[in-house]
Design a protein around this ligand. Structure first.
Ligand code: BG6
Length: 481
């Protein structure tokens, strides 16, 4: 474990990620006693700010709503300092080194190794140079060093590899923690347990019983204000190639030999290697248009005129392993849809009707968010004297089942794992590579051939063509899908 005598450096401390995720998560951990009381956190960014201004900013990021938190927040702020500097010049990093040393002098145990964690909340353009500068100026001799990095990891296999090669010139794989924040979500972490600690689920997870699997990500808002970034990437790179593929790999991998991070990641890589690259006929693309008072994607001023960037995509993947051969995995991801929802829907094969008239097929639904839940759709006899069946559910809705429910934020879970040196919920280099291999050909096809995406109205359920697409690819369509 790496908790005492640790300083965390947040690079890009005035950016969006630091504001929305990193600082709230750091404070959440601190507030709940998961960080040592003498932890020090140094922000590093280009903006010049005096300590007062900086503390005001961090306070805004954190939004401590209840009075009890206020005192903790004051304590937390005393642990936060800031250094401004350029990303590509030595002097800023030299200043940072002075501040690191100053912080380290305050640790109770003077002899303890000086551990440093570098959190990169930075745009990709400056990512490599900052990682190199941290290594050059701020690497702790004798302590443990860790670097937390986050997507975008390039735009395709080649650029991702380049970036990894650059990063690994300076940093060892065991020092690198690549975040995919979906791996920090409570229900995603539950997948291993659901699957491997329940004999009947495990036994049913195969091509003999399962007809198809649908993994869906929906957001009810568009790219408002973020269009500049988004347009370069599109929904496949933004959500599908990483978050949804990660979910898919944990859902479908074989039982790992142990819970160790390498055993888990070995199995994830193995199942991903069974997936052939995606062809264009296995993809449906969409882009949202204005509806009511909601703007269309192209109305966003930060989006280039006439952009064909997909804000919605559905892709069918196949896993050519003995367990899964022939089962379509239908991924769907979209912005500006009718609701927020991320869920996995495992549709079993039809039951023999035989003596029954109208029975529905079994379906296991794992809702990642919002409102974590697992439910199994099954048939039951309708209570009463008549012999009638009724579709019903075995329902594990977290809110009802776990009375003292407090679901940690994904970033809290992941930062804590990184502090503890546990790589299980981080992406390994070969895993990243294989994820890009699956999607790079289709991404290049889209970039070159520029197929027009289907339109769908802001707030709708996606392109009208979706239902037919899903059906053609072997998925069952339900009214609430
Ligand atoms: C990010 C994407 O990785 O994930 C965003 O860049 C997306 O576009 C977000 O909104 C979704 O995360 P969550 O945790 O809100 O489901």
């Amino acid at each position: 474990a790496l908790k005492a005598s640790t300083t965390i450096v947040v690079a890009g401390a005035s950016g969006d990620l630091a504001k929305k995720k990193t600082f709230p998560a750091l404070f959440g951990l601190y507030n709940n006693g998961f960080l040592p009381s003498d932890i020090r956190i140094i922000g590093y960014a280009r903006t010049k700010m005096d300590p007062e201004e900086y503390h005001k900013r961090v306070t805004q990021y954190i939004k401590a709503p209840i009075p009890a938190m206020k005192k903790k927040l004051e304590e937390f702020l005393e642990r936060c300092s800031y250094v401004s500097g350029q990303y590509d010049k030595d002097d800023g990093f030299e200043e940072l080194e002075k501040e690191l040393k100053k912080c380290e002098e305050t640790y109770e145990d003077k002899k303890a190794p000086k551990n440093r964690v570098f959190y990169m909340a930075l745009p990709p353009s400056v990512f490599t140079v900052v990682a190199a500068n941290f290594k050059k100026h701020n690497y702790s001799e004798g302590g443990i060093n860790r670097i937390i990095v986050e997507k975008p990891f390039g735009k395709d296999l080649e650029s991702s590899r380049e970036m990894q090669v650059d990063l690994k010139k300076e940093w060892k794989e065991e020092e690198i923690f690549r975040i995919d924040h979906y791996l920090g979500k409570e229900m995603v972490k539950n997948l291993l347990v659901l699957r491997f600690a329940n004999v009947m689920l495990d036994a049913s997870f195969n091509k003999n019983l399962i007809s198809n699997v649908q993994i869906t990500f929906k957001e009810p808002f568009g790219t408002e204000g973020r269009g500049g970034y988004f347009d370069e990437f599109g929904i496949i790179r933004d959500v599908m190639q990483n978050h949804l593929l990660q979910v898919l790999s944990i859902l479908t991998m074989e039982r790992p030999v142990s819970f160790s991070s390498e055993d888990i990641r070995d199995e994830k890589v193995k199942v991903l290697r069974y997936i052939p690259e995606i062809k264009f006929e296995d993809v449906l693309l969409g882009q949202y248009t204005a509806s009511g008072d909601k703007p269309g994607y192209l109305d966003d001023e930060t989006v280039p005129k006439g952009s064909i960037c997909p804000t919605f995509a559905s892709c069918v993947l196949h896993i050519n392993s003995p367990r899964w051969e022939g089962v379509p995995f239908i991924l769907k991801a979209g912005k500006a849809l009718n609701e927020q929802k991320t869920e996995i829907r495992i549709q079993y094969k039809d039951v023999t009707q035989g003596i029954f008239k109208e029975i529905t097929r079994n379906e296991l639904v794992i809702r990642v968010q919002p409102g974590e839940a697992v439910y199994l759709k099954m048939n039951s006899k309708a209570p009463g004297l008549a012999m009638r069946t009724v579709p019903t559910e075995m329902d594990l809705t977290y809110k009802r089942r776990f009375s003292d429910l407090k679901i940690p934020e994904a970033y809290e879970a992941l930062i804590l794992d990184a502090l503890n040196g546990d790589h299980s919920n981080f992406v390994r280099d070969d895993e990243l590579d294989i994820a890009w291999k699956i999607f790079t050909p289709i991404l290049h096809y889209i970039d070159e051939k520029k197929p027009r995406p289907h339109s769908y109205a802001y707030g709708s359920r996606g392109p009208e063509e979706l239902e037919k697409f899903v059906q053609d690819k072997g998925g069952f369509v339900r009214s609430s899908a």
